[in-house]
Design a protein. Sequence first.
Length: 184
Amino acid sequence: MDLSDIGNDIDHVLLTEEQIGARLDEMAAQIDADYAGKDLLLVGVLKGAVMVMADLSRRLHTAATMDWMAVSSYGSGTKSSGVVRILKDLDTDLTDRHVLIVEDIVDSGLTLSWLLSNLRSRGPASVEIAAAMRKPDAVKVDIDVRYVGFDIPNEFVVGYGLDYAEKYRNLPFVGTLAPHVYER
Ligand code: XMP
Ligand code: MG
């Protein structure tokens, strides 16, 4: 498969690479201001948050360390199961750390709500969330997301780390999938 094949699978682009970059500049400035003088630990949620972690962390002027967790709340399809499993835990002790969870997207909020209470039980100084996207119409759990890139419509999206059956993560933009992709 070449890149033009991937392009044909996209119905419309929601966020361009330029829009994402400009918003990340603003988010990084806010995070720098809020964590000045603090020892910041960025916790990325694999695999979707890889792009936003790379792009956001490089914009920070705050010294930060990075760790990763893998959880599973979705199968290969598009519906939330509500069941969260840890596939890979952190290597870092969170005691007295300022933790910023870096996520791709807040959909129902079930994954992050679970992750928040899990990380908060480990004795950190603080835990906040930065998410590239949020779907306000879909939120089922009330969670405070301190830094939000974009509020997007309640549609299934791919690209910029987000997948459909593990594909499309490497698209530099965020778009919706053409119906023929679900149908085949
Ligand atoms: P919840 O519903 O728990 O979902 O907030 C969080 C995780 O579900 C995935 N997710 C998506 N993945 N396109 C995707 O490719 C989407 O539109 C979408 N919505 C949710 C994602 O992994 C997120 O972290
Ligand atoms: Mg995710």
